[in-house]
Design a protein around this ligand. Structure first.
Ligand SMILES: [Zn+2]
Length: 297
């Protein structure tokens, strides 16, 4: 009997150590991005507003309206989750970038989240991208980005580090989410749906709260590639691409870049060139005038 018990105990120990060894392979891995909740206040910054419509000239769906709606939904969800929420604007009013930063910097124990939608002269450009600047903002950017990408079917355009004014001048962790391209027919249609904006807000909230995403999408999983009807000259006013990537890219891939805002307007004049030689010359001239986005002062 004693021998039998000893044998059973030995078997249990063996099984236990086997399971421990196996655990990393069979147990779901906890997302590295599930950061602890280390702030109690969230300053939400809906992009643009008032005279600043956002997007590019002629864009049908106004960025300022979509951004405010998602931001307000996000605010409601975060309040529900127990966060103290501050909005840099709660209406269709113009708020300068300096004022947005000033509001954010009044808070400690806080995070700053800017809500934007993207735009490009090329209709086919689509997808989600998330920006941060300081290292302390990287985990928050990753959490939000993973969540939003997991909840949408558009391209994952990645998490990018850029020195936009509102990201660089804020003393608290700061992230800017581009919730899709309003110049892309599919994403614009989605953005006009309340349920989609609600989902975007929920996803961003999940990221802020630090929930790991339920599914992991591959890096590029776009289903909404719409071929560009007209080939536009390369747009170096690109809000999206970081300088090092820009040098490495081919002309082909550069076409897929987007522009965020139209405050610098000279590139739109080059839009309609039809001959390839003309296209080349406009390309090189726009290259020389590499832009300074108004967010990047
Ligand atoms: Zn914007």
């Amino acid at each position: 009997m004693v021998a039998h018990l000893a044998r059973a105990a030995w078997r249990a120990r063996l099984l236990g150590s086997f399971l421990v060894a196996l655990a990393p392979f069979v147990l779901p891995t906890v997302s590295a991005g599930s950061a602890p909740r280390n702030f109690s206040t969230v300053v939400i910054d809906p992009g643009h507003g008032g005279i600043d419509r956002g997007g590019i000239p002629g864009q049908r769906v106004p960025e300022k309206t979509m951004a405010l709606d998602v931001a307000q939904r996000l605010g409601a969800k975060l309040r529900q989750a127990g966060y103290h929420v501050i909005m840099t604007r709660n209406d269709d009013v113009f708020v300068s970038l300096g004022e947005r930063v000033r509001i954010a910097n009044q808070y400690r124990d806080a995070a700053f989240v800017c809500i934007h939608f993207n735009s490009a002269t090329r209709e086919g450009a689509n997808g989600i991208e998330t920006y941060y600047y300081s290292t302390k903002s990287a985990a928050l950017a990753a959490n939000i980005h993973r969540q939003v990408v997991a909840g949408t079917m558009t391209d994952n355009r990645g998490i990018r580090r850029r020195g936009y004014f509102v990201l660089r001048r804020t003393s608290i962790p700061a992230v800017l989410v581009e919730c899709g391209f309003l110049t892309n027919p599919t994403e614009a249609r989605l953005a006009l749906q309340v349920s989609y904006r609600e989902r975007l807000a929920q996803r961003i909230a999940n990221g802020i709260i630090g929930k790991p995403p339920e599914i992991h999408r591959p890096v590029i999983a776009g289903l909404t590639h719409v071929p560009a009807p007209i080939r536009q000259p390369i747009n170096y006013y690109d809000f999206v691409s970081a300088a090092p990537e820009y040098h490495a890219r081919t002309r082909q891939s550069s076409r897929s870049r987007s522009r965020h805002k139209s405050s610098s307007s000279s590139s739109k004049k080059k839009k309609s060139s039809s001959s390839s030689s003309k296209k080349k010359s406009s390309t090189s001239s726009s290259k020389k005038k590499k832009s300074k986005h108004s967010d990047e002062e």
